[in-house]
Design a binder for this molecule. Structure first.
Ligand code: 2AM
Length: 214
């Protein structure tokens, strides 16, 4: 194998600029604090504590390591299906190292993951793999998200799976329970520990299209 093949990354994605990243981390922190203090959340706390504890510290419950990013293609160092084609595609080569603006319309939280949805533009969709929403009838790009944290023992790949499940519920017309008008936006509970905060105003900020190797 060539040296280049040898260096295929773990994944490609958009990496928010550090100022935007700080903003997102602040947003997530505020969201968790707000949830922690809501009666409606406390009512459903057992979704998060199978053992029946009354108190959950959400900021400790969700952990994150590594740089925040929106994965475009998970390559697994070239072993993932379609990785080689993606890496060698003209559009990926062309856009590598370019900056784009990400639009984030909603936060979501489940007993497994905490994430923020990314609403992709047509231009950004050119970098989106065709199989990301496989097994659903959701539009391309639906899976776009940034993982903000995972519960202990949960792999980050779960965040996209959780998001697709939420979007499928919405597609089936499940309205969820409108829990409240928070300062940041509308909070909805979908049952089984699934919460969505639709932001009053989408967060928008710059991100770099690049890859991650470690
Ligand atoms: P994420 O995009 O939901 O955060 C390294 O594991 C990164 O690649 C993580 O960011 C992870 O999830 C993403 N990832 C891991 N396995 C994946 C898969 N099979 N499909 C899509 N993304 C994956």
């Amino acid at each position: 194998a060539s040296l280049e093949t040898f260096c295929y990354p773990l994944f490609y994605g958009w990496f928010p600029h550090h100022t935007f990243r700080d903003q997102l981390e602040g947003l997530a922190k505020d969201f968790l604090k707000t949830l922690d203090s809501l009666e409606a959340f406390k009512k459903h706390i057992s979704d998060f504590t199978p053992k029946g504890e009354e108190v959950v510290n959400l900021e400790q419950y969700f952990q994150h390591t590594g740089p925040l990013h929106c994965t475009t293609k998970f390559c697994d160092y070239g072993n993932a299906p379609g990785a080689k084609e993606y890496i060698e595609s003209q559009i990926v080569q062309q856009r590598y190292g370019s900056v784009t603006e990400l639009e984030l319309p909603a936060l979501f939280l489940t007993p497994r993951t905490l994430g923020v949805r990314v609403a992709l533009t047509l231009e950004q969709l050119q970098l989106w793999p065709s199989d990301a929403e496989a097994g659903t009838t959701l539009p391309r790009g639906s899976r776009g998200h940034i993982t903000l944290g995972c519960a202990q023992g949960v792999e980050p790949v779960q965040t996209g799976v959780d998001l697709l499940q939420i979007l499928q519920l919405q597609q089936q017309g499940r309205e969820g329970e409108a829990v409240g008008d928070l300062e940041q936006g509308q909070l909805t509970y979908y049952g089984d520990g699934v919460w969505v905060l639709t932001l009053r105003e989408s967060r928008v900020g710059p991100a770099l299209f690049s890859s991650f190797h470690c």
